[in-house]
Design a protein around this ligand. Structure first.
Ligand code: MTE
Length: 399
């Protein structure tokens, strides 16, 4: 019996830590098979502690505050939020900064648990742009950051972090407060009844069970902002990091935008490929994403250890799912993230079975619109985050 006994969960999810808190990913093939939108049942979960218990009856009265360096601080219920502000709906891929950390842990143990490559999922989120709340709150001149705090009480205080106010005010970034996922009330594990959503950035910035927005001059001093979600220099060992707070207080190492990444879902790693009586072609498949609204512009496959690369087909279901329930600010400004991409895309490539025979490894690498490419080599760091070297599966041929 855990504090989360009230939370429904799918038995297909793979637990990455002990019984509690709940940290899970789906089997990669099952995640991939669901397609563009991930069902709540298979959506990855990253919880630092117990899930706040909020009944459906309590949802309208959920209160959150906007405070700090603003002319008009206020407290709002979720009901008021939805009555007073325009709602938008858009698809967003969330990715834990620890996605693919297992590969880092195999090279050298990091301080984090081993995510496979399914620490990512996509939802269709509905809510209100945070910028609209800022227009009411009126940030003061010195204000530069928006700190967010959740309702989950943890060993080091409430979970919290921050983003830049200028990002919040930029409608291209689509930063919002969301109360629905895939048209339904947010599931308890994903922030019921209200969460922040920071598209294009690591999942750790999208605070769940949101209670407070605090406008400040500097970045958050919350423990989880300082000691989580960072890529420290490779030379900093776990001991050095543990004994020197200076590494954690240096905002330059905090992660915001996701980096470019791609993985192979089919075939699975170590899959026994039955190539003997197989059809002539095998379809290699997987996903790719990048950060900061940057679109993936290519995915390339190598079956000869990176000597030569073939261009895969890439599909962007995001373009079909985009919905604009309202235009922003009473129609003055069109909701703008038409040119930005906040979702994963899917690549595929047909390869002759004859060619796969004898190929021990299959590699994928992607590039985004800023020509950011996945590196060949791993950048290991203490927290094992943002792992994105060329993704490799090893296949075995059946006898
Ligand atoms: N918000 C709160 N309040 N508490 C948390 O533990 N985890 C963060 C973020 N927001 C967390 C949180 C992390 S590290 C990630 S990756 C995402 O939530 C995961 O969101 P999900 O569980 O809905 O997939």
């Amino acid at each position: 019996n855990t504090p989360d006994a009230h939370v429904p969960r799918d038995p297909r999810l793979i637990r990455l830590t002990g019984v509690h808190p709940f940290n899970v990913e789906a089997p990669l093939s099952a995640l991939y098979d669901e397609g563009f939108l991930t069902s709540p049942e298979l959506f990855y979960v990253r919880n630092h502690g117990a899930v706040p218990h909020v009944t459906d009856e309590e949802i309208p009265d959920w209160e959150f505050s906007v405070e700090g360096l603003v002319e008009n601080p206020f407290t709002l219920t979720l009901k008021q939020l939805l009555l007073d502000f325009q709602k938008i709906t858009c698809p967003v891929t969330l990715v834990c900064a620890g996605n693919r950390r297992k590969e880092q842990n195999q090279v050298r143990k990091s301080k984090g648990f081993s995510w496979g490559a399914a620490g990512t999922s996509t939802g269709l989120f509905t809510g209100v742009l945070m910028a609209e709340l800022m227009r009411v709150a009126k940030p003061k001149r010195k204000a530069k950051y928006v700190c967010m705090e959740g309702a989950d009480k943890l060993p080091n205080g409430y979970y919290g972090t921050s983003v830049k106010l200028s990002w919040v005010m930029d409608p291209e970034r689509g930063i919002m407060l969301a109360h629905k996922m895939n048209g339904e009330i947010l599931p308890p594990d994903h922030g019921k009844p209200l969460r922040a959503l920071i598209p294009g950035q690591i999942g750790g910035r999208s605070v769940k069970w949101l209670k407070r927005l605090i406008i400040t001059e500097g970045p958050s001093d919350n423990w989880y902002h300082l000691y989580d979600n960072r890529v420290l220099p490779m030379s900093v060992s776990p001991d050095e990091a543990a004994n020197n707070p200076k590494w954690w207080k240096d905002e330059r190492y905090a992660i915001y935008d996701l980096n470019v990444n791609s993985v192979i879902a089919y075939p699975a790693h170590d899959e026994l490929l039955s190539l003997v009586n197989a059809p002539q072609m095998y379809r290699l498949k997987g996903y790719a994403y990048s950060g900061g609204g940057r679109r993936i512009t290519r995915a390339e496959i190598s079956i000869d250890k990176g000597n030569t690369w073939r261009l895969a087909d890439v599909e962007y279901p995001e373009d079909r799912y985009r919905q604009y329930e309202q235009t922003l600010f009473g129609g003055e400004v069109d909701l703008a993230w038409r040119d930005t991409s906040f979702c994963w895309c899917f690549w595929s490539l047909d390869v002759a079975v004859e060619e796969l025979k004898g190929a021990k490894d299959i590699l994928v690498r992607a590039m985004d619109e800023s020509m950011n490419a996945q590196p060949r080599d791993m950048y290991w760091s203490v927290l094992g985050m943002m792992n994105n070297p060329w993704f490799r599966v090893t296949i075995t041929e059946e006898g």
